[in-house]
Design a protein around this ligand. Sequence first.
Ligand SMILES: *Cc1c(COP(=O)(O)O)cnc(C)c1O
Length: 485
Amino acid sequence: MKEPQGTSGLILNEPLLWEKGKKGRCGFSMPRRDVVPSPLDEGLTGDGPDFPDLSEVDVVRHYTRLSQWNFGVDTGMYPLGSCTMKYNPKINEREASLPGFAGAHPLLPPDLSQGALELMYRLEQYLAEITGMDAVTLQPAAGAHGELTGMLLIHAYHKSRGSHRLKIIVPDTAHGTNPASAALCGFHPVAVKSGEDGIIPAEAITAIMDEDTAGIMITNPNTLGLFEENIREIAEVVHSKGGLVYGDGANMNAVMGIVQMGKIGFDVMHLNLHKTFSTPHGGGGPGSGPVCVKDILEPFLPVPRVIKKGDEYLLSGDFPESIGKLQAFYGNFGVMIKACSYIMSMGSEGLKRASQLAVLNANYIKEHLKDSLYLPYDRACMHECVFSDRLQEAEKITTLDMAKRLMDYGFHPPTIYFPLVVHGAMMIEPTETESKEDIDRFIEALKSIVAEAGKDPDLLRRAPTRPKVRRLDETAAARKPRLTG
Ligand SMILES: *Cc1c(COP(=O)(O)O)cnc(C)c1O
């Protein structure tokens, strides 16, 4: 193998601050006090919390070393399928940290928050245009929260028409959060199998759609990275029985400026701003899962809503059929700023080009690796492609072994063992932000790993050998985590 990108030479071990501290060390120097000391609080007893004594350089090195143990999109390629771990331009972070936005208090009255309200109003309009929908709420804090919101909207819609439907159809290629969100809303999720080609056959929906079914939840593009081609027919079947069509739009990165979901039969869908629209994620930071709806669902959207009267932006709770409030204040505002800045700086042509490149990159990887790794659905994919470890079965090398070995080559592993419809799945999403050189390096790394599987399978079973943390007992790591360096 050529010298890989990954190296562990200067990654240093680091103890806890408590182990590192030494009594009497200090991180600052101040002039001698010339006033009589006075306790902060007369009621305070004891010595206060046991903070370690550290110098400034101790602290700076501590956190810098910890940061070097991390891997993120700013470090290198992170082809985690379904997660859209793309590079997020720093200009969007800068806009979000403008003092007028970053310092705004959510309880300021509307006349002192015109800028923030205008941004939310405009973002709603942009997202409505991108999705081909009529109205948007920015309240939900994540994708799954958006799904729950969508389910509550569908429930409110049926209730307003005097009907109480109990079931929701969820295909096996939907994201795992879909049936969970339906169940959380009190619906009974009904599974339906995708066809041989990974696409939902319209007949399968015709066979089970009835007047006790509130609707269907479709992930499009689906979790196999394929476009649901029968979506118009499926929507017709569902609508003809009075049901609604929910779209999981977390994979919007494949189709921005190319497909308007509202025009092909979806009545309600969510987006993941923290995937497609420039908020870094994966570290547990705040997300945002706006829900976009057709006008039939608009009356039920969460309150308060941002409305425009003349030149003024207002927050209105005057929507009597609303499902209510779903989130503290108005949603995660910082994420909205980044999304708005991203959309404005990309423009409609730029967004379309991003999706085209995301799809091109995934197909490029699929074509270059399909002789090395088994490709269960050999057809054009969208923004991600799914392989499996079937060709490595003879050597008893698994998807897990290959994913671990990728770390030795300096890549974050792709998503593994998801989607569940593919046994031993390896799901690769390069995104549009990787250069051809990096994608080629990734392809070479996987080819070289496949070759190692034939020559030295034990090496793969021991992988990774170069990072700071080697192969973990995953059960013990989850149940009894050791959180010190
Ligand atoms: C990520 C994802 C979700 C869930 O989004 P969260 O923000 O993690 O709740 C739902 N559906 C699909 C297709 C996804 O990729």
